[in-house]
Design a protein around this ligand. Sequence first.
Ligand code: IPM
Ligand code: MG
Length: 356
Amino acid sequence: MSKKIAILPGDGIGIEIVAEAVKLLNVLKQNGLDIELHEAPVGGAGYDAAGKPLPDETLALVKQCDAILLGAVGGPQYESLPRELRPERGLLGLRAELELFANLRPAILYPQLAAASSLKAEVVAGLDIMIVRELTGGIYFGEPRGIRELDNGEREGFNTLVYRESEVDRIARVAFDIAMKRGKKLCSVDKANVLEVSELWRERVEKVGGEYSEVELSHMYVDNAAMQLVKWPKQFDVMVTKNMFGDILSDAAAMLTGSIGMLPSASLDANSKGMYEPIHGSAPDIAGKGVANPLATILSVAMMLRYSLNQPAEAQQIEDAVGRVLDKGLRTPDIMAEGCAEVGTEAMGDAVLEML
Ligand code: IPM
Ligand code: MG
């Protein structure tokens, strides 16, 4: 049976970069990959089309699909909308509705791009970290939440950071399984010196770790982890952490590679259904100019092939093709370096297809 893929370009550069990934998917289809593509609006585009960031039709579609490719959401024209109508809500809604609890964010340094990092080459050369971020729990979704008025008339904002044992266990398992396929080192990041929720987190990760005797498990407080990431990032193989810590640390890890336009991500449910997206945002400042880097989105297709469509060979081919395009010296402006040839979004997408 053919696999259904939802295509959600979203806003800003999402539209241009997803178009390149769709070209690639269509080529794979011509070559025999049994897929169907279905496009739908989300984020600001969802609001424009249907008055909300996650339109009912889009939600119904993604529920039926095996995998989802998302561009990016957000734009200045939506910033004054009430919170529940903002584009980000579309993204959070997709994560929650589809129970995409496991967010995989690789930070890989392409040797061809070593000069783009703000850190010294010897600190980042060969960098390959996988951050596993819990994505449907913690303070992002915890109740109660809100802004309330106190007796003295002053307002107070509040959110709740909660994790159940079962939520910790399932994300820990994902992280241990990934560590088993990589360097067999897992660092769990928490704030157990201050937070009870982290104390429980640490206890459960230890417990799950009992099933993975081959994996070397360590624990680190989040402040130290932020420091270690910029000090000596190569000490890390796989990191696992709560939703908000993962949000922050994954941006830092991405920047170590110097090229946020290169990094894909996967958000998976318990059955390997997944949403795949570049980790960068909608970049309204360059939207519509044809200069955005499509490689993170193209590499997200590779992750989709690997994790949801069970096509590891094709995934590898795409990753290799991207490497060869970089070898050839083609660069979009965000990764441009001396002696290279600057190209736009379409030319970069076409170059990957040619290499394939
Ligand atoms: C991310 C983003 C989102 C998050 C925003 C856009 C809601 O920063 O995917 O990292 O905070 O999770
Ligand atoms: Mg973020």
